[in-house]
Design a protein around this ligand. Structure first.
Ligand SMILES: [Zn+2]
Length: 392
């Protein structure tokens, strides 16, 4: 079974329509206080949105974050009415958000943990299993970075995870965001909704014949500790790590963070640790699958590979080059954390400060990297490759 690296951070397609034109990429400042009300036309009906305008294009288009945490990219021509009031913006409370989710997903149940809301139509045992796994990741992720001096912020609302019992059910939800790709993807994190959506990995209908539906947490642990299941678990950890990174202050949603950074970070954490109930012992361990892939890639790697990894996110998006790019992003992250930790932390801070929807040129990306990691990219690359030769 192949290892699918996924390209599952999703950008709402509307964004491309709205902000691709150089005429309108310059953005006016967003207001700080007060709640914004915008009425738009959706399916012939007026839809009232309440939230905070995050950024505003010069042509009047806006990016609005609603109280649920969903981002709405609204072209100027869709705005029917717009007003603001003096009430401060407050994200939905846990109770409000729960009620809203159940309203949006009729027939689904809710499993609530310290930091998450799991909305599911699969077995309660699976929802509990996910809850325990995600809470462990949450603590491990935050401990890891806090120990390294990062001031993390708390998520505005509980983090939302949807769990679907079958491919049909998953596809029915995900099609509007993923299109036909919903048929081949087991889970994703959406930049638009801020939710992780995933299939029940033990679902017999998702992978016919492979697993029987588990009904207890210990049974699920046994099923997913079997050889061949690691990569499925890695997928859901990977998406959960993206969600954490975007909600704890590492990157802002829709900011132009190079994919090697966000993907490298997610892969760094993705090796699952199903055995340990207390922590996440594997953080930063060698990712064998990615390392093996990187070693194969080395044999045909072009001399400007490091440069294109930094400047060209298309390498991650194109099916022919994605596996190489993911492997190299992991390797680079692994290397800089071990050899250039101070610089990497500084670089992450620069990424965290990037505002949504402002895009850097390839030259700007390169300059930013060189300013922090050093001018001589060739020497840096040589050191990187030498170091990776020592990793087993
Ligand atoms: Zn990813």
């Amino acid at each position: 079974m192949g290892y699918n690296p996924g390209m599952r951070i999703l950008m709402p397609p509307l964004m491309l329509v709205l902000f691709v034109s150089p005429m309108i990429v310059a953005l006016a400042g967003a207001r700080v206080l007060g709640m914004d009300h915008v009425t738009i036309q959706r399916g012939g009906q007026p839809l009232d949105l309440t939230g905070k305008i995050v950024t505003e294009a010069l042509d009047g288009g806006v990016l609005l974050k609603d109280r649920e945490g969903v981002l709405w990219a609204i072209p100027a021509e869709q705005i029917q009415q717009r007003s603001e009031d003096d009430k401060p913006f407050t994200p939905m409370s846990r109770a409000e958000l729960s009620a809203r989710l159940i309203e949006q997903l009729p027939g689904f149940r809710m499993h609530s943990t310290a930091n998450y809301l799991f909305v599911y139509n699969t077995t309660p045992a699976y929802a509990q299993w996910c809850g325990a796994l995600y809470e462990r990741l949450y603590r491990a992720f935050r401990n890891y970075w806090q120990r390294r001096g990062f001031a993390l912020r708390e998520p505005d609302t509980p983090l939302v995870v949807l769990v679907f019992d079958s491919r049909e059910s998953f596809t029915a939800y995900a099609r509007s965001e993923l299109g036909d790709a919903a048929g081949n993807i087991d889970g994703y994190y959406s930049l638009q909704t801020n939710r992780v959506a995933m299939l029940d990995l033990t679902g017999s209908r998702s992978r016919p014949g492979e697993f029987a539906r588990a009904t207890s947490v210990s049974q699920i642990n046994r099923l997913l500790a079997r050889p061949g299941a690691e990569w499925m678990v890695a997928t859901i950890i990977h998406e959960a790590t993206h969600q954490l990174a975007f909600n704890c202050g590492f990157h802002q949603r829709l900011a132009d963070v190079p994919l090697w950074v966000s993907e490298g970070l997610a892969i760094y954490f993705e090796t699952p640790d199903l055995e340990s109930t207390r922590g996440w012992r594997n953080i930063g361990g060698v990712h064998t699958l990615r390392l093996e892939h990187f070693q194969r890639y080395r044999k045909r790697r072009s001399p400007d590979s490091l440069q294109t990894l930094i400047t060209d996110d298309d390498r991650f998006r194109h099916p022919d080059t994605a596996n190489d790019a993911y492997a190299e992003a992991w390797a680079l992250t692994y290397f800089v954390i071990r050899r250039y930790a101070k610089q990497y932390h500084e670089y992450l801070q620069v990424m965290a400060d990037k505002p949504p929807l402002i895009y850097d040129s390839p030259d700007e990306r390169l300059e930013e990297f060189q300013r922090i990691f050093g001018d001589d990219l060739q020497a840096f690359d040589a050191e990187f490759l030498d170091y990776m030769d020592t990793v087993r």
